[in-house]
Design a protein around this ligand. Structure first.
Ligand code: S3P
Length: 449
């Protein structure tokens, strides 16, 4: 769990060329799902390459609390003895999902159609985030939820004893909402249907199929329509987790900004619902090549070769937002180092992430000397050109791993050091960030060591 310990200030300074190989950890979205689907299956699921970040470890603990046997065998090597669809036991304790919106929302979905009651909480960041987006659709299945004002955690969910299937159009582009509804639909009879206006990351659909569920995906006049046949028997699988493109984004962007850099980031997922950032960076003039494309664990992957590049600002197409939703903080750092203006529209969902990411990036970039414009749905960064950001500030990370890492990447290319007030949230998704970046040649230190 993050946010419970002593804050650790971290500082990044102008760095020499970044070189070498950056082996980033396993994908966070797929890691949560591997544990959850393992817990909902019959038999032993074996997982390789699991992200051992705090978010995922919280999900592992939660799956144990619902009755699954979850064991670590070695680094990234885990097994889950599942209880089967509808087999969740009632947890004896409050489920603490730490910093993880994905963890709590997916788990609420999968217990919502079992006749059990569970109480959920999280850290100060997660307790501020909206859960109405999950409690609304699970109420349609027959579940009840009792939380704090504004649908905030802590919250108790009473699962439906006699669930009915649901047809649900997601009101916002959210893979967490889509996944929660599909997971709830697993233990409902008949067909559960989710309709998305814009397709979001599709790991749940891919993995449901891999575990033996009947899932159909169609493009219709209503949108992207996913139909799940309820009450399947999910069968244990061997899951290989590809490396996380959202974590790869940090060394990739650092290499683009630090003169003379040339790095390789092997085995990164190139799932088209996740790779928007790489398209955007190339439109800005980035030298990124995709070597050795192949399939691993049901996902397309490639090795990314990234060289320092002089970049220019662009208008980022709003329809690309969902395929790079977690990458806007680091993209805004890249934009600050580009020539000209970068306009990011259609990004209102950033307001309800681990922090209000538009506000967090705008305030920190301004403190580092960058001119920003923002509104509810837009972030505009006026680039200062390669190496042009003054830096010299301490930025607030707001218990948000991606905000902390983004400002540290900024410091590696800025004229003066950039600090974050607390680097501990980085452990939620990228526990090896510090060592990995230093290994490439970054100047990064804990300020109060
Ligand atoms: C995730 C979905 C996204 C993303 C999050 C992981 C998932 O959230 O930001 O980091 O694994 O389903 P939303 O569903 O809120 O867009």
């Amino acid at each position: 769990m993050s946010g419970h310990g002593t804050p650790i200030k971290m500082t990044a300074r102008k760095s020499g060329p970044l070189t070498g190989e950056a082996e980033v950890p396993g994908d966070k979205s797929i890691s949560h799902r591997a544990l959850i689907f393992g817990a909902l299956s019959v038999g032993e699921t074996k997982i390789t390459g699991l992200l051992e970040g705090e978010d995922v470890l919280d999900t592992a603990r939660a799956m144990r609390a619902f009755g699954a046997e979850v064991t670590q065998h070695g680094p990234g090597e885990w097994s889950v003895h599942g209880v089967g669809v509808g087999g969740f036991a009632e947890p004896e304790q409050v489920i603490d999902c730490g910093n993880s919106g994905t963890g709590v929302r997916l788990i609420m979905g999968c217990m919502a159609t079992s006749p059990i009651t569970a109480t959920f909480t999280g850290d100060a960041s997660l307790r501020k985030r909206p859960m109405g987006r999950i409690t609304d659709p699970i109420a349609l299945f027959g579940a009840q939820a009792y939380g704090r004002a504004g649908g905030r955690l802590p919250m108790t969910v009473v699962g439906a004893a006699d669930p009915v299937p649901v047809r649900y159009a997601t009101p916002m582009a959210s893979a967490q909402v889509k996944s929660a509804v599909l997971l709830a639909g697993l233990n409902a009879p008949g067909q559960t249907v989710v309709i998305e206006k814009v397709p979001t990351r599709d790991h749940t659909e891919r993995m449901l199929r891999g575990f033996g569920a009947d899932v159909r995906v169609e493009e219709t006049s209503e949108g992207h329509v996913i139909t799940l046949q309820g009450q399947p028997e999910l069968r244990a699988q061997e899951v290989t987790v590809p490396r996380d493109p959202s974590s790869a984004a940090f060394p990739v962007c650092a290499a683009l900004l630090v003169p003379g850099s040339d790095i390789l980031v092997p085995g990164v997922s190139q799932n088209p619902t996740r790779n928007g950032l790489f398209t955007t960076l190339r439109e800005m003039g980035a030298d990124i090549t995709f070597e050795n494309p192949r399939e691993e664990g049901g996902e397309p992957v490639a090795d990314l070769r990234v060289r320092y590049s002089e970049l220019h600002g662009i208008e980022v197409p709003p329809e690309r937002a969902s395929s790079q939703i977690d990458e806007y903080p680091v993209l805004s750092v890249v934009a600050a180092n580009a020539r000209g203006t970068t306009v990011m529209r259609g990004v209102h969902e950033l307001r309800v992430k681990e922090s209000d990411r538009i506000d967090a990036m705008a305030r920190g970039l301004e403190a580092c000397g960058v001119r920003i414009e923002e509104d509810e749905d837009t972030l505009i960064v006026h680039g200062m050109g390669p190496g042009g950001v003054p830096g010299g500030a301490t930025c607030a990370s707001h218990l948000d791993h991606r905000i902390a890492m983004s400002f540290l990447i900024l410091g590696m290319a800025a004229q003066n050091p950039v600090s974050v007030d607390d680097g501990t949230p980085i452990a939620t998704s990228f526990p090896i960030f510090e060592g990995l970046m230093r290994g490439l040649g970054a100047s990064l230190e804990r300020a109060n060591r």
